[in-house]
Design a binder for this molecule. Structure first.
Ligand code: C2E
Ligand code: MG
Ligand code: MG
Ligand code: MG
Length: 280
């Protein structure tokens, strides 16, 4: 009898796993189609100067409205794109679309997320360069954001890959700092152009003085290496003030704007220019 229960349970788990695998396969097929048909979209989140809250840049964030299912989070589909090789096409699509779009706002910088999987293609930097050429984008306007995992796991290859990108004139930011192990050693070796403090560290500020100390330590570390700092996930005025005081030079978060369409950015951009005309 006990045996039967065991067998029943094993059977149950096997079915669960099959169902999960099948769902994943379907997701992959739909994602492939969405990429081919150019059905993915790109939203843009404002990045502001910490002292003035003036709009200075945008981060491109990929969106997928999956037919029959609705919104799928990038935290779900980006890892699938990574493990299936779809990330190459997806990543270049986002970069291309974003570069085309920012042509309308010459004063703004652009940040685009890059996955480690994109470096498997030895011609990645060449493709990035050709997107810049085709869209007439000045590479120095663009920052590629990457998380620490790749730098820790593959320091030698990461160094080579970054060198090729740097030759294009593009900037490199370390994304989500403070979310993982965040060792100090590699911060210095890779010479990042910017550090982005993870929203988990920003949200911890409400918990009190230890979080504030950690934030100060993190920002001073970056500043001692001459790396400018953007804080992510800023939702309240208190957070914005604390982050500015601790030395962050740029802020990003719902307080200033959620990821938005190009039309919505356009309205913000026009307001920004009017502000300038008014101040002059
Ligand atoms: P990320 O690069 O760290 O992007 C910041 C994430 O924080 C975005 O989530 C953004 O919508 C969210 N966020 C911004 N402000 C706030 C805030 O005030 N509060 C809270 N709670 N969240 C905020 P999103 O758009 O869901 O993207 C998640 C992650 O997916 C990104 O994290 C990035 O790692 C990845 N991702 C998104 N688009 C792309 C892409 O085109 N390529 C690659 N490789 N990865 C992407
Ligand atoms: Mg990012
Ligand atoms: Mg981040
Ligand atoms: Mg992230």
């Amino acid at each position: 009898r006990a045996k039967e229960t065991g067998r029943g349970r094993a059977e149950y788990y096997r079915k669960e796993m099959d169902a999960e695998r099948e769902e994943r396969n379907k997701l992959e097929i739909d994602l492939r189609i969405a990429i081919e048909r150019r059905e993915l979209t790109v939203l843009y989140q404002p990045v502001v100067e910490a002292g003035t809250w003036r709009l200075v840049g945008l981060e491109a964030l990929c969106r997928w409205d999956r037919p029959g299912y609705g919104y799928v989070s990038p935290d779900v589909f980006i890892p699938i794109a990574e493990s299936t090789g779809l990330i190459d096409q997806l990543g270049l699509f986002v970069l291309h679309r974003a570069c085309e779009t920012i042509a309308a706002w010459p004063e703004l910088k652009l940040a685009v997320n890059i996955s480690p999987g994109q470096f498997r293609d030895p011609a990645f930097a060449v493709h990035v360069g050709s997107v810049f050429r085709k869209t007439g984008t000045k590479p120095s306007r663009v920052t590629l954001e990457m998380t620490e995992g790749y730098f820790i796991q593959n320091p030698e290859r990461a160094r080579g890959a970054l060198a090729k990108l740097r030759q294009l004139g593009v900037k490199i930011a370390l994304d989500d700092f403070g979310a993982g192990f965040s060792s100090v050693g590699y911060l210095r070796q890779f010479g990042f152009d910017r550090m982005k403090i993870d929203k988990s560290l920003v949200h911890a500020l409400a918990e009190g003085s230890r979080a504030v100390d950690m934030l100060h330590a993190t920002v001073s570390l970056a500043r001692s290496l001459d790396i400018p700092v953007t804080a992510e996930g800023v939702e309240t005025k208190d957070q914005a003030v604390a982050l500015k005081l601790s030395g962050c030079d740029e802020l990003q978060g719902y307080l200033f704007g959620k990821p938005m369409t190009a039309q919505e950015v356009d309205a913000l951009y026009r307001k920004r220019s009017e502000g300038e005309a008014g101040a002059a």
